[in-house]
Design a protein around this ligand. Structure first.
Ligand code: ADP
Ligand code: MG
Length: 349
């Protein structure tokens, strides 16, 4: 897992800034009709005709958001794009372009940046977005990557965080907690490796959750699915910080309360078994573990028949009047107020 694949180490300084940008981006294709001008001029030019434009940015910092001792560089490039696309899909919009900015120290050779860009290119291809620009500069310490994602939607299709109403159903896609448990497994292997570098980790029992951490996907498919089902979410958000803080965002911004049912939270069997092994409560992991990049949304009760048969969608609760508060209804049927604990607080337990 922890290996140095880079036999050759071409110093970045040997290319110069323009040579470097050209080298990294020369294979990028422009496919979207809305991309009028991509990389190569002072600015990109876009044309969205009658659509509304959505824009979102994330900044990823080495040592804060990722650890290169177990995060392969190609996965890092891929994930940097995915986490941004997820924000576009959370508006019920289609992602169309990204810009990529990197700050890199001279500890990274050209071959390392090539890996990062291979991941970026793969994500751009699979999610059908154009890379239309960015910036490249040096850093005195680690690696920083900032991605800006751009997307489009018809005005009446956009889903905001503030549209939920009492009695709306609360729906989540996929399953939760996998990315956090994948991180726990990787952190454990890193400690083992420090003690005995010859120890080859056996991650076979954890492939799903490790992949959820290292190679997350964004739910582009859900935007298409909802359109096909003719369901427009009344509110929507993506799950980057953990279910409870995202539910609280929807409640606060929509001025409603909610009842979330513990026994309805979707968990993969590998998350359940790994939680047992690590002696962590799987509900806590789903509520507070981050980085699953699933979508959380509300729908009108009358739309329930349209979604109920879909294996990608799980109804986990319903919205209430604001004065009832945001609650978790436990398996023992006790009502406890939801708390916004990010995964950092979990890690300190
Ligand atoms: P400027 O000096 O105006 O900032 P640059 O020389 O930085 O221009 O960029 C030249 C072109 O290359 C621009 O189209 C810019 O968007 C693009 N670009 C620069 N860095 C990157 C990068 N890391 N990834 C993708 N495109 C980039
Ligand atoms: Mg520049």
């Amino acid at each position: 897992m922890i290996e140095d694949k880079h036999q050759e180490r071409t110093p970045l300084s040997s290319l110069g800034e323009f040579g470097l940008i050209d080298h990294l981006t020369k294979h990028f294709e422009i496919k979207q009709d809305s991309s009028v001008k991509g990389i190569g001029d002072d600015a990109a030019v876009l044309d969205f005709k009658d659509d509304k434009v959505v824009v979102s940015t994330d900044l990823l910092v080495e040592g804060v958001h990722f650890d290169l001792s177990y995060m392969p560089l190609k996965h890092l490039g891929y994930k940097a794009v995915i986490v941004n696309l997820s924000d576009i899909y959370a508006m019920n919009a289609e992602a169309t372009q990204v810009t990529i900015s990197v700050a890199v120290s001279n500890r990274f050779p050209l071959e390392a940046l090539e890996e990062v860009y291979a991941g970026i290119q793969l994500a751009a291809k699979l999610y059908n977005v154009d890379v239309i620009g960015g910036d490249t500069t040096s850093s005195t310490t680690g690696l920083l990557i900032s991605v800006t994602a751009i997307g489009k939607a018809k005005e009446d299709m956009l889903s905001y965080r503030d549209g939920a109403k009492p009695n709306d159903l609360l729906v989540v896609t996929g399953d939760l907690g996998g990315a956090y448990m994948g991180l726990q497994v990787l952190e454990r292997e890193k400690e083992v490796f420090k003690v005995n570098p010859n120890n080859q980790p056996d991650l076979d029992a954890y492939t799903y959750i490790v992949e959820r951490q290292l190679k997350p996907e964004a739910r582009k498919d859900i935007v298409t699915l909802l359109e096909n089902l003719e369901v427009k979410p009344t509110s929507m958000i993506d799950i980057s910080d953990g279910l409870s803080s995202e539910v609280l965002h929807l409640c606060k911004q929509s001025n409603v309360g909610c009842n979330l049912y513990e026994d309805k939270i979707p968990l993969d069997p590998q998350v359940i078994s790994t939680c047992e092994e690590f002696k962590i409560d799987s509900t806590m992991v789903a509520l507070s573990g981050g980085e699953d990049y699933e979508l959380l949304f509300t729908i009108k009760q009358e739309d329930y028949p349209k979604i109920k048969a879909n294996p990608n969608l799980t109804v986990i609760g319903h919205m209430t009047e604001k004065n009832e508060g945001a609650n978790l209804i436990t398996r023992a049927e006790t009502k406890i107020p939801l708390k916004a604990q990010g995964w950092n607080s979990l890690a300190n337990d």
